[in-house]
Design a binder for this molecule. Structure first.
Ligand SMILES: [Mn+2]
Length: 334
């Protein structure tokens, strides 16, 4: 279906009473921040709302107000299903397609209204109602617009998750998606009680030793092409085991690799528990890793994207780097 306006989303929220909120697997700050902010908006409006995700809340986000109320598939009985009323609205946040939400205890085919709110250019408009703003830094920023539209009071329950969504999805206001509007929103959130120092300490200065050990291991394996245009590393199951790192602790490694002078694209190859390889791309400047990763069935944002491939990790590394070299040589994906 065609896209809609923020005003129409606000109207829909006023009309309905039962909401289920979800987001993508591998929860990040924008997924959780936008979910919780919307949850407290709905509570303020006296609506019934639940948040349900496939994955558990990563440690660094456990400071967020309301995380204890989130339902997690991982912790539920296999046969459990959330109750759906005739008028239940499912709101999907920050997910470019419906598969990205993973396994949640919900008979989706029974839901009559799916609202899709996102900022990924690759969004497939899978909802009955779609609001995709590719110019928004984060879904958190969209939810902020929505809270204004609904005349909500900017309580701490709203502003802390919103600020978290924005600060994480902009790489602490460094990525190309950071605009004057982003700072304006951050300014208003800070004025209303979001404390940037406290919030960013929870997110960025809250690592386990294992996370840094793993980063060290990954940096030992770091390689760079002969023209220094791209650099890459790998994280194997063996490295995960040796450092006792948690799955979420590979976050940030690919960003560290991008910090090398002259490097335009960084890549991290990670062996997953399921035996596939997860690949993360970051770029600075014009190379569009969203478009590039679509070759392999992935997607994301122009400067941050990913995909997942089956097979032997060494073969995958070769295959992806060959394509990347070709793309950079030909000046494609700009
Ligand atoms: Mn996002």
């Amino acid at each position: 279906m065609e896209g809609t306006s923020i005003g129409k989303i606000a109207k829909l929220i006023k009309t309905y009473h039962n909401f289920i909120i979800t987001s993508h697997v591998n929860l990040d700050g924008d997924a959780l921040g936008s979910e919780l902010a919307l949850y407290f908006i709905l509570k303020q409006l006296q609506k019934k709302a639940k948040i349900v995700n496939q994955d558990q809340v990563p440690y660094i986000y456990q400071f967020l107000p309301g995380v204890d109320e989130i339902i997690c598939s991982d912790k539920l009985d296999k046969n459990f299903k959330l109750e759906i009323e005739r008028d239940t609205v499912l709101v999907v946040l920050d997910s470019s397609n419906l598969e990205r939400i993973g396994n949640i205890p919900l008979e989706i085919e029974k839901i009559r209204i799916i609202v899709n709110i996102d900022h990924h250019p690759s969004n497939t408009n899978f909802g009955h109602v779609n609001y995709i703003d590719v110019n928004s830094s984060s879904v958190g920023e969209i939810i902020f617009q929505l809270s204004k539209e609904l005349n909500c009071e900017l309580t701490e329950q709203l502003v802390i998750p919103m600020f978290t969504a924005i600060v994480t999805d902009t790489g602490s206001f460094r990525y190309a998606n950071t605009t004057a509007e982003t700072f304006h929103t951050a300014f208003l959130l800070t004025k209303s009680g979001a404390n940037p120092h406290l919030i960013t300490n929870y997110i960025y200065n809250n690592n386990e030793l294992s996370a840094l050990k793993l980063l060290g291991e990954a940096l030992l394996k770091l390689q760079i092409d002969k023209n220094s245009r791209f650099a890459w590393s790998v994280v194997t199951r063996e490295m995960m085991g040796r450092t006792c790192a948690r799955e979420e602790e590979t976050e940030g490694i690919v960003d560290k690799i991008l910090s090398i002078r002259k490097v335009q694209v960084s890549v991290l190859f990670k062996e997953t528990k399921e035996g596939t390889t997860k690949i993360s791309f970051r770029s600075k400047g014009e190379f569009n890793v969203d478009l590039f990763s679509r070759i392999f069935g992935g997607g994301g944002h122009p400067n941050a994207a990913g995909c997942q491939l089956e097979g032997d990790i060494n073969t995958i590394v070769k295959k992806v780097l060959t394509e990347l070299k070709k793309a950079l040589n030909n000046g494609n994906y700009r």
